[in-house]
Design a protein around this ligand. Sequence first.
Ligand code: NAD
Length: 264
Amino acid sequence: MQRLAGKRTLITGAGSGLGRASALRFAQEGAAVLCVDRDAASAESAAAAVREAGGAGVACAADVASEPDAERMVAEAVEAFGGLDVLFANAGIAGVGTGADCTLADWERVLSVNLTGVFLSAKHALRRMIAQGTGGSIVNQASVGGLVGVAGIAPYAAAKAGVIGLTRQLAAEYGPARIRVNALCPGTVPTPLVRETYRERGGYGTGTGETPDETLELQRLRRFPLGRLGEEDDIAYAALFLASDESSWVTGQAWAVDGGMTAV
Ligand code: NAD
């Protein structure tokens, strides 16, 4: 029995990294997947990979920070699959800056995708799920940066903490409609976003000068009790559990999938 058999799903930021790995996992477990990305070619490539793996993958180019786009992506999922059961609001961007140095423009740019984008995705998915009357699951991509302080990523961490707050709020509001809302808080998984963060921040600390590869190695040695960095599938499997009916009594949670980082 496939774990997402018959589920109609939408994944934002599906063109790369954690979103793309999750699209493939969801499809392998029987889901139809609308692969949303603001980069049209990446969305198409992810949808093609889903189809090559034997799943139902449809591409959608949309910017989650735009409300018309967020509304349209949900409409496209409904048109393609006849409804929507699962949203994985995963799209995000790097967000480097310290409290004293972050410009207002950078703050607003990061918040617009990493927090407002999650709100807009959830808002339009919720409207559809409520209208269907069959419940649903929303998984919001937060970060360990939303749980603990991490120097040099002030706008990113603030946005991710906001995602956790929004997740609890939506769980309270839509539990009676049997719509579950949970947040994932990944530790470090080497993806383009992570490498960009380390390049812009200038190392393991703020401006300490290590390259992204050196920073990743320091992270591995110092931060993770399990002694390794995350892999994309570590997060995809957690998203799969939260998306599936196996987690049907789980809502309003912020789940750290982080090799033990936030436990020690
Ligand atoms: P990634 O850069 O590999 O992928 C992000 C994808 O999102 C890209 O394809 C990009 O085009 C897309 N995207 C960006 N802005 C968008 C927008 N406005 N609308 C639609 N699509 C947009 O990064 P990733 O590491 O896979 O990150 C995915 C999510 O996981 C992000 O929310 C990130 O903050 C979160 N996260 C990642 C890590 C990690 O270690 N990789 C840790 C914690 C949280």
